[in-house]
Design a protein around this ligand. Structure first.
Ligand SMILES: [Fe+2]
Ligand SMILES: [Fe+2]
Length: 486
């Protein structure tokens, strides 16, 4: 090996060992600059407390220019939220994804899956469990822990059949159904989920003894934030014949009258503000407003009632006229002008990570909650009034906003914006039209419900929406309560 090839290999290993991957272009440049610069780059990234998996040319360029990591990774931009003479800064900590594209090559998905597996393996390894590969466990004839992706789970007579995949191949395993705790875990599994399994080798057979998700660490630290409240709504569906205008108007009247008393400074709209057009076959017959322009104009007329002191933040969902695949960019400028002619709103992508008064809120419309419900044996739409909290919990425990990729399309981008590398204080979702709250390991999981009455499709699957619900988050201690308008 030439000395430059050896140097290149040492730098790549050093970066990988710290959890970073580099583009070939960056590796070449770092080889030219030398090991000390690579070392400094690792320290520089770590000192900013932000985790990123891929160092690209722009990151390196900004590091060399001595700019801050927030600018590099997230394109953070502060936005003012003013009220009664006070200023509250809203920091936007994720990009808006306009630049994200795919070429449509199969390799893009392969690379995405490999990176996703590697990132979740790295997160799983932080649980402190000694990890082996399934092959090593089989060869040793003993028992051990391994990280793998779930390909398929089916029920046999007294057992479950699992097809698992890791970088060495695809493995068949069984899990005994008589173990109730294990059964519950196996039935919660979704296709594509990356899990840690405790498995024992019985000759050439693999028997699953336990299943764990990468999971989040417990955080007991109490949060102390500013004296202000944030309202979260989603799934308003303006334009749908089932839009509950009365409940939404009641909410807007309440917001006008109570914002000062309650100190509401932000209104976060977490997707499906409008019903959109051509979202599903036959939608036209269920629309009261048949064009996007009119839907946005009507939403704008309604939201004009929001007091000027309340900053409106709007991220899209699957009904907005943006690309379906995640991550999604904000709605296009032509719709923004119609919705918000005065330029008061902050338009974000989906998912969006924001910070208000030190609290990190991850806004995610929640399209992949469908993937979780549909690919696991445990959940169903008719049961969401009881299980919505558990369904949301799956995203957090999986440390990925797309634990399963069965239904929702994903853009296989080099930087995985759906990975939950950092754990937020609040994960706010919508999409399932059922309001729910769950505190899991110190993280607040909130689903804000809907302003759309039950649709035919929902009736068909037995889904009972919670109509007219608004989540109100108190930033002093992050307590969450729901206001109901009907
Ligand atoms: Fe919706
Ligand atoms: Fe939705």
């Amino acid at each position: 090996m030439s000395s430059s090839a050896a140097l290149r290999s040492r730098i790549a290993k050093r970066l990988l060992g710290s959890g970073y991957q580099v583009t070939p272009e960056v590796l070449e440049k770092l080889t030219e600059l030398g090991e000390d610069v690579a070392e400094e780059l690792v320290r520089w990234l770590a000192s900013r407390g932000e985790r990123m998996s891929l160092i690209d040319a722009r990151t390196l360029e900004l590091f060399l220019e001595g700019k801050s990591l927030q600018e590099v990774v997230e394109g953070a931009r502060p936005v003012e939220g003013t009220a009664a003479g006070e200023e509250f800064e809203l920091k936007v900590l994720k990009p808006t994804y306009e630049e994200i594209r795919m070429e449509g090559k199969v390799e893009e998905f392969t690379v995405y899956r490999i990176n996703r597996f590697a990132a979740l393996w790295r997160i799983s390894s932080r649980r402190g469990i000694p990890l082996n590969s399934i092959r090593e466990i089989l060869e040793s004839g003993g028992e051990g822990y391994a990280v793998c992706e779930v390909r398929e789970v089916s029920r046999g007579d007294g057992y479950y059949r699992l097809r698992l995949e890791d970088p060495n191949g695809i493995w068949n395993a069984i899990a005994p159904a008589r173990d109730r705790s294990l059964s519950e875990k196996v039935e919660s599994l979704c296709t594509d989920m990356v899990v840690v399994i405790r498995v024992s080798a019985r000759g050439s057979r693999l028997v699953v003894r336990d299943v764990m998700l990468p999971d989040v660490p417990q955080t007991d630290r109490p949060f102390r934030g500013p004296d202000l409240r944030v309202c979260v709504i989603s799934d308003v569906h303006v334009g749908s014949a089932r839009f509950n205008r009365r409940a939404f108007n009641d909410f807007l009247d309440w917001l006008s009258s109570e914002h000062a008393n309650l100190n509401v400074k932000f209104l976060l709209i977490n997707g499906d503000l409008v019903d959109g057009v051509f979202v599903y076959p036959g939608q036209r017959e269920e629309l009261e407003i048949k064009t996007l322009k009119e839907q946005f104009a009507e939403a704008g007329r309604l939201l004009a009632k929001v007091p000027k002191e309340v900053k409106v933040v709007y991220a899209p969902g699957n009904h907005e006229p943006v690309r379906r695949a995640l991550p999604q960019p904000p709605v296009h400028a032509e719709h923004r002008r119609v919705l918000d002619p005065e330029g008061r709103f902050v338009f974000l992508g989906n998912p969006a990570l924001i910070e208000i008064g030190g609290a990190r809120l991850l806004l995610f419309h929640g399209q992949t909650l469908d993937d979780v419900i549909q690919s696991s044996m445990r959940f169903s739409y008719s049961d969401l009034r009881k299980s919505a909290g558990e369904v949301m919990e799956v995203l957090l425990k999986s440390r990925h906003l797309a634990p399963s990729m069965e239904v929702t399309p994903i853009i296989p981008w080099k930087e995985d914006h759906l990975l939950l590398e950092e754990v937020p204080h609040v994960l706010a979702t919508g999409h399932i039209h059922v309001a729910a709250f769950r505190l899991y390991r110190g993280v607040r999981l909130v689903n804000s419900g809907t302003f759309q009455d039950q649709t035919k499709l929902q009736k068909g699957v037995g889904l009972e929406p919670t109509v007219g619900t608004v989540a109100v988050i108190d930033l002093r201690d992050l307590t969450v309560r729901f206001e109901q308008f009907a």
